[in-house]
Design a protein around this ligand. Sequence first.
Ligand SMILES: NC(=O)c1ccc[n+]([C@@H]2O[C@H](COP(=O)([O-])OP(=O)(O)OC[C@H]3O[C@@H](n4cnc5c(N)ncnc54)[C@H](OP(=O)(O)O)[C@@H]3O)[C@@H](O)[C@H]2O)c1
Length: 257
Amino acid sequence: MKPLGSAAVLGSGAVGTALLEELPKCGVRVVAAWTRSSGLMPPPLAGADVVFLAVPDAAVARLCRKLEPKRGQLVVHLAGALSLNALAAAKREGARVGSIHPLRALVRGRSQDFRGAFTAVAGSDEEAREQLSDLARRLGMTPLLIADRSRPLYHAAAVLAAGGQVALFAEAVRAFRLAAGTSEEEARSALLPLALGALEKLRVMPAVEALTGPVARGDRATIAAHRKALPKDLLRLYDDLTRASERIGRERSGNGT
Ligand SMILES: NC(=O)c1ccc[n+]([C@@H]2O[C@H](COP(=O)([O-])OP(=O)(O)OC[C@H]3O[C@@H](n4cnc5c(N)ncnc54)[C@H](OP(=O)(O)O)[C@@H]3O)[C@@H](O)[C@H]2O)c1
């Protein structure tokens, strides 16, 4: 396997900027960078071993159709939910294609790296998968090979763990404010240590051991009191989470399903 030594980065948002900063630190020369706000067409890419399409998921296939990759060059997207079909135009031109999706929430305008994150890797051939796994390790990540057919499920799991968590927390803040009459900021400050403490436990133990609350204690009376007190539009979410907690509880008592 020939390690990737040079790259072109198309797009300069959250991920594009992090790539531009981090690739040179792990020995990858950035030979071309492009962003649409330049008003120009993407630059010639011939000198790059790998071309990263660091643009929104919806723009990947369209941008890919505008490229003229050279035969054997590796064209890569960074989208968790997209299959390699999004890069079909590059494949038709004789390029190899792949994807690397860092499991990290990056935001624009901040200096960020990839260290410590897991990352889904896919590639159209064995060497592409090996080269991207090697690059992931050099960037400080742990690569995981995810089959194309499993990508939507893999990405759904990632969304539940990040955005889903934030949405759930926002609903907890809403209920807390109804009860305590605080500002949104105060409610966040009150609940955040609780939420972070619960998540922190997952570093060292599985959910089956980390679970707390009335379901874990088998306290039906408290669950009934919560259901009576909650606003109607939160009941469904509460009941779904109760069922999920019960499922975890059954694992604890050794009779899952
Ligand atoms: N952010 C994350 O946490 C994260 C994590 C893992 C993977 N990803 C994936 O990484 C990729 C890039 O995401 P991002 O968060 O870096 O996005 P982003 O911050 O929104 O940046 C997107 C970049 O693409 C450009 N762009 C927007 N629409 C375009 C178009 N139609 N054609 C060409 N360029 C266009 C933007 O230009 P302007 O600046 O002119 O708008 C910007 O430079 C996505 O596939 C995303 O799923 C993101």
